[in-house]
Design a protein around this ligand. Sequence first.
Ligand SMILES: Cc1cc2nc3c(=O)[nH]c(=O)nc-3n(C[C@H](O)[C@H](O)[C@H](O)COP(=O)(O)OP(=O)(O)OC[C@H]3O[C@@H](n4cnc5c(N)ncnc54)[C@H](O)[C@@H]3O)c2cc1C
Length: 297
Amino acid sequence: MASNLQLVNEYMTYKTFRSDGSVTERELALEVVNRFLESGEVPAEAGSLGETLVMKTNNGAPGYPNLEVKLNTEVVHVQWPQDPRERVKVTTKDGTVYTADNVIITLSVGVLKECYHSLFTPMLPDAKIKAIEHISIGVMDKIILCFDQVWWKGVSCPKGSRNTVTFWTSGEIAKIVETLPEQVVSTKLALLRKFLGLYIKNIPEPTRMIRSTWHTNPYTRGSYTYDNVQTPQHPTARSDLGSPLLDAAGNPRVLFAGEATEANNYATVHGAADSGYREAKRLLDCGNKKIVVQSNY
Ligand SMILES: Cc1cc2nc3c(=O)[nH]c(=O)nc-3n(C[C@H](O)[C@H](O)[C@H](O)COP(=O)(O)OP(=O)(O)OC[C@H]3O[C@@H](n4cnc5c(N)ncnc54)[C@H](O)[C@@H]3O)c2cc1C
């Protein structure tokens, strides 16, 4: 039976094939899961390698991968060592201190901009601080309005609904819209009536509304990064952001992933995922055998 570490290694290898365009990511995950299924030791509902790795359906009994995931746990401080014999210390808001040989950080650039000065001891190197400051994070929000009756034509509704319609806001306007009371946002349809009034009379008031608040949210502080007109002046910003913090012996101790660290596929889910594989592989290539929580077999 393969260990978790072997599995991740295999996945990385398959991933390389995928980059050649020969096989898709879903196929990779399924292949790994199917191999577990053949051995009879993976839960049938496991849908991807990620799910398999965090799966605890057998209460952590032998034979199952068993990563411990802490949800709703805010990290407030990361202390990275210079001495190779010391461990990285991560402190959470409730005061708990976790130690590890390595840490991979995937905070959004919005959060890093706000917190980097208090989050790290020692302070980050200049190149990384400059990267955090130079990479721009945008705000792209959705407002979903629900109406008693459908008054529009040719506009698709969000999945699972028949009487809602989505509006998008972005940039500085989106930041303001996020702070307005719901009542104000849902009843301010003047703009809509201005644009559509000639064609559609009596646009009704919505009955309900939900909206995203990517900028107000302290755990995102924006939606995703973008390149601005000054980006060519800082061509290494994304790779500087993705560079690890090293100890005195040159070992990567704190690593950085997340969409913003990807040179090509930033601002996307696949870019974010790729960056995770990239940093996990960086540790594997360093011969670090402790990145996967110890398994029982
Ligand atoms: C409206 C919208 C539409 C999008 N559409 C698409 C699309 O169609 N296709 C596409 O590919 N991409 C799309 N994206 C972009 C995509 O969602 C992101 O690029 C991707 O989710 C980024 O992943 P990430 O892991 O880098 O960061 P995140 O998903 O932001 O993950 C960072 C995590 O860090 C956590 N965190 C923050 N602070 C702390 C802390 N102090 N301690 C512990 N944890 C913390 C956060 O809770 C979060 O879970 C869209 C994004 C938005 C907002």
